[in-house]
Design a protein around this ligand. Structure first.
Ligand code: ASP
Length: 632
């Protein structure tokens, strides 16, 4: 598998006369095919090798080559297989007396040692060709060899990608990076980012601008990492995104900005989040929602690896209210049905206490989803044979039962799940159950979601504000406080702000949010009103932005794509950590270097900081609150 995959990397790179070709990097199970007309990169310029291990073919017969690579394995002290990122090649260890020193080097070097060999490309003897290996027709007759560096006993075998714990992989990340999977993920990421740059800068005149990492607190910035400064009591904050800077760039007339931006959010441990992550961050002046959406559709279409199927544009759109009502989430997975159905009307006259109770409350509803053939595969349910097999069945009157059958189009062996409660909560619960059931069904062999399908969806028409979870009387921004209200709802801002729709849009891929953005408020007074009056934020923290908006700020809007999540979906990796070279563990630790680390008190002095060490009881409490205590 390894040899097959690596050796096929950059097929065509070994034909120096063809200056453009398809760059193909493939394995038996997947391949990376980027644009059809690309300049072939020079893979061996400036370095000690003349060729890569993976590129040699019969067309190179007779050539004198120098290769550098890692020893993958050795057979009977006669053959050695050498590996680099490009593939594997067989090296013949010389057996004659004058070459005894070369033999000694190549036979004594431990596996995974890194060596340089020079020799001639020769044909393998008849019967010894290996059709499974792209370099399988040739081998290298070695004349000289150098041990560049020896390898100690490894903590795990490089070949064995799946069988080691993630903690061990992260501890020895530099070794894990030698794996087929990590090489593929990081190279595909690099290629896609290059295509994105090409599309944005070369085709559409965007300007790549770097913005600061040391910044200041923003309102509502509870998730920000804090960096001490040498001024007593003064701290920088790491930006959650370059949001303010990109808006200020619009004021500055850099009217098409983009950046591969590092963002920081201190959200505690979340299994599939990273405290530092990367966004493709974009902002444009004089643009509306459709303009931003079309740009992103074009960007993804252009940068999409062609072997992953075409990206069909425009992407469909769904209002937030529909996403919530039908899928119970703002990031619906539309690859399969099993939608949530409101069956409140059917139960208006019910005598069932808890349903009566739920329906009598504001926003009270009854919801259902129908899981096709669920009874066949979900072990928790017994076979029904036309009877409602449920503890609540006796409360469901005949006409309600038949109404349900009609509305949900239920058939034998289907399972119907019901819930009653406040609309949003009931939908969100049903949305979670819908996904759980999909996982259960798929685990039992029912095909619901085509793994090769990429289903993009815009979610639009979000409310501008949502009630705060902890205090529903107060409002918070659904996206961020710089998002503009829907033009036809502006008047409601001053009377019923909770009813205002926004110009915020999210991009969803297979049920994952991969991007979000908005048209911004460019009027200083309106921005001040939203911050101070609606959100009750400290406007002093944003006085620079409010001031800037007063100096002829153009109308503008933008978006950010989450690059890590996008790459995770494109590569089919199980975790976003698999598409990041040096990720943090789910507890936010770098298991290789042990960051975050303690600092001696004297080194904290210049920052006027002292550690207030937690008591044993506090430490105990915080670790028992932790969802996953151990990282190994
Ligand atoms: N800065 C926003 C975010 O990080 C994206 C945007 O509104 O452009 O979510």
């Amino acid at each position: 598998m390894f040899s097959c995959w690596l050796s096929q990397l950059c097929r065509g790179l070994s034909t120096p006369t063809r200056r453009t070709t398809q760059l193909i990097w493939s394995s038996a199970s997947r391949s990376l095919v980027l644009s059809s007309q690309r300049r072939i990169p020079e893979l061996s310029s400036f370095v000690a090798r003349t060729n890569t291990c993976g590129e040699l073919r019969s067309s190179h017969l007779g050539q004198e080559v120098t290769l550098c690579g890692w020893i993958q394995f050795r057979r009977q002290n006669i053959f050695l297989v050498l590996r680099d990122f490009h593939g594997l090649v067989q090296v013949v260890i010389p057996q004659d007396e004058p070459a005894a020193s070369v033999k000694k080097i190549l036979c004594e070097a431990p596996m995974e040692s890194v060596v340089q060999v020079s020799g001639t490309v020769i044909s393998r003897p008849p019967g010894q060709k290996n059709p499974k290996m792209p370099t399988g027709e040739i081998e290298i007759k070695v004349k000289t060899a150098k041990l560049l560096n020896s390898c100690k006993k490894l903590p795990f075998e490089i070949k064995d990608f799946m069988k080691k714990t993630e903690a061990l992989r992260l501890q020895y990340r530099y070794l894990d990076l030698r794996s087929v999977q990590m090489q593929y993920n990081l190279r595909l990421r690099s290629q896609m980012v290059m295509k994105m740059r090409e599309y944005l800068c070369n085709l559409h005149g965007f300007v790549d601008v770097e913005t600061p990492t040391l910044f200041k607190r923003t309102p509502g910035g509870a998730k920000e990492f804090v960096i001490p400064s040498r001024e007593p009591g003064k701290f920088y904050s790491l930006p959650q995104s370059p949001q303010q800077f990109k808006q200020l760039l619009m004021v500055g007339g850099l009217d098409r900005y983009f950046q591969v931006a590092r963002c920081y959010r201190d959200e505690g441990s979340r299994p599939d989040r990273q405290p530092e992550f990367t966004q493709i961050d974009i902002e444009m002046s004089f643009v509306d929602q459709t303009g931003v959406q079309s740009l992103i559709e074009g960007l993804l279409q252009y940068s999409w690896p062609s072997d992953k199927g075409p990206v069909v544009v425009p992407f469909p759109s769904m209002p937030f209210a529909e996403a919530l009502a039908s899928y119970g989430t703002d990031k619906p997975d539309t690859r399969f049905g099993m939608k949530i159905v409101d069956i409140s009307d059917m139960f208006r006259n019910t005598e069932v206490g808890f349903l009566q109770d739920a329906l009598s409350k504001p926003q009270g509803t009854v919801k259902a989803i129908c899981i096709r053939k669920g009874a066949e595969v979900l072990p928790i349910f017994l076979k029904t044979n036309e009877n409602w097999n449920s503890p609540v069945a006796k409360f469901i009157m005949e006409e309600q039962g038949s109404g349900l059958v009609k509305l949900l189009e239920t058939q034998e062996e289907d399972v119907v799940l019901l819930t009653a409660g406040e609309h949003k909560r009931a939908c969100s619960l049903m949305g979670k159950l819908r996904l759980e059931c999909a996982d259960l069904l798929e685990a039992r062999g029912v095909v619901l979601r085509d793994p090769a399908l990429f289903s993009f969806l815009w979610v639009v028409d979000f409310p501008l504000f949502l009630p705060k979870e902890e205090n529903p009387q107060e409002l918070e921004s659904a996206h961020h406080p710089f998002t503009a209200p829907h033009p036809s709802d502006i008047h409601l801002l001053y009377t019923e702000p909770h009813k205002v729709r926004s110009q915020h849009y999210d991009l969803v891929l297979n049920g994952n949010e991969i991007g979000g953005g908005s048209i911004r408020i460019h009027n200083s007074e309106l921005q001040h009103y939203v911050l101070a009056t609606v959100l009750k934020e400290d406007v002093k923290l944003l006085s620079h932005l409010l001031q800037a908006l007063d100096y002829g700020a153009p109308p503008h809007g933008g978006i950010a794509l989450g690059l890590d999540r996008l790459m995770c979906l494109v590569t089919g990796a199980p975790s976003i950590r698999d598409v990041i070279a040096f990720p943090k563990s789910f507890r936010g630790h770098d298991l290789m270097s042990n960051a975050p680390d303690s600092i001696p008190p004297e080194e904290l002095k210049p920052y006027h900081i002292q550690v207030s060490w937690p008591t044993d009881a506090e430490t105990e409490k915080s670790s028992s609150n932790h969802p996953c205590r151990s990282e190994s």
